[in-house]
Write a protein that binds this ligand. Structure first.
Ligand SMILES: NC(=O)c1ccc[n+]([C@@H]2O[C@H](COP(=O)([O-])OP(=O)(O)OC[C@H]3O[C@@H](n4cnc5c(N)ncnc54)[C@H](OP(=O)(O)O)[C@@H]3O)[C@@H](O)[C@H]2O)c1
Length: 311
């Protein structure tokens, strides 16, 4: 089969679409005929080896963790799926930017509802599940105010929508070009991270500070800065690690890997299928151009998700 492969830790321009053995499903797994895959920042780190101490990989590495396609082969013990079933999944071991991939039938594997196109479905798992995990971890409640830093990317796409549908007042970082897009996702206000000081602008919009800051961009001591947009005693949540002491009794909630609850992926897929959750695909590439998809994802400003489609 054809797959997007890294043969060693290297710069992003060293990956290519090449022949690779078709994988076989083990017990509890299925082989998925890929229709679409989506990219995430972790894919970039696995290619370059930037996180090799935490996430070492074996080479050759097939890139990608998000997938939508159809079940092509059943592994031992899989009874709840049939050949041809449309599915979507987060594949933790990678390998989705390819003609076929193997996925484990568990919480992060779901049937794709009718009406949800493969490209849209592939754009949901990692970003959508992480958004739900972050909002759950910080206990966001109806009526609270929330600043989302990094709102224009993958996690932000879902975090802004889920938070506003919970009844939170969402302030999202966005340039003037993306402001209307963010409002269409449910943001009540936007702060231009390229033209203004995000903290000062947020405090102007919400005097006294927001109840919760969701920061998808800064890490470490950088989070102390964005915590200043929270009210004294407020909360900050991040998928990247930060200090325990954020000052002014703002508490920090950090998730290492994201956790999901049974049914999370089904719920996100159902909402996308019924049209109550928008899936913004900022750029889409055929498998033959998958290396360019990775380069653009790393180097260009793209709204929402980057998807690779497999003919
Ligand atoms: N712990 C976990 O389990 C977990 C899971 C998933 C992701 N993550 C991490 O979470 C982070 C976000 O993931 P993602 O998928 O949402 O990434 P993404 O799709 O790359 O989105 C990041 C967004 O942040 C914007 N941005 C960059 N600098 C900014 C700034 N100074 N102020 C405001 N916005 C800024 C980017 O816009 P520009 O194009 O203008 O730069 C982009 O729209 C990544 O670091 C990822 O590795 C962790």
């Amino acid at each position: 089969m054809k797959a997007l492969v890294a043969t060693e830790y290297a710069t992003l321009d060293r990956i290519s679409v090449t022949d690779h053995p078709t994988p076989s499903p083990g017990p509890g797994q299925v082989l998925v005929k890929v229709e679409a895959a989506a990219l995430n920042p972790l894919d970039l780190a696995l290619i370059t080896g930037a996180m090799k101490d935490m996430f070492p990989v074996e080479h050759p590495l097939v890139i990608g963790m998000d997938v939508a396609g159809t079940v092509a082969k059943l592994g031992e013990g899989v009874t709840e799926y049939a050949l041809g079933d449309p599915v979507l999944a987060f594949v933790g071991q990678g390998g989705t930017v390819a003609e076929y991939t193997v996925a484990t039938v568990a919480d992060r594997f779901a049937k794709r509802p009718p009406g949800l196109a493969a490209a849209q479905a592939a754009a949901i798992p990692e970003s959508g599940l992480t958004a739900m995990c972050l909002l759950r971890a910080v206990g966001l409640a109806a009526g609270e105010s929330l600043l989302v830093v990094g709102a224009t990317g993958g996690i932000g796409l879902y975090a802004v929508q889920v938070a506003s549908s919970l009844g939170a007042q969402v302030i999202a970082t966005a340039t003037a070009e993306d402001a209307e897009y963010m409002r269409s996702l449910g943001a009540a206000g936007t702060v231009d991270y390229k033209a203004a000081d995000v903290v000062a602008e947020t405090l102007r919009l919400v005097p006294g500070g927001v109840d919760v800051v969701l920061d998808l961009v800064n890490r470490g001591e950088g989070l102390v800065g964005s915590a200043r947009a929270a009210r004294p005693g407020g909360r900050l949540v991040s998928p990247l690690f930060g200090p325990d002491d954020l000052g002014r009794e703002v508490s920090g909630v950090y998730i290492g890997g994201f956790t999901s609850e049974p049914g999370d992926l089904e719920k996100l897929a159902a909402r996308a299928a019924e049209g109550t959750l928008r899936v913004e695909i900022g750029a889409s590439y055929p498998l033959a151009d998958a290396a360019r998809a990775v380069a653009d994802f790393a180097g260009k400003h793209i709204r929402g998700k980057v998807v690779v489609t497999v003919p």
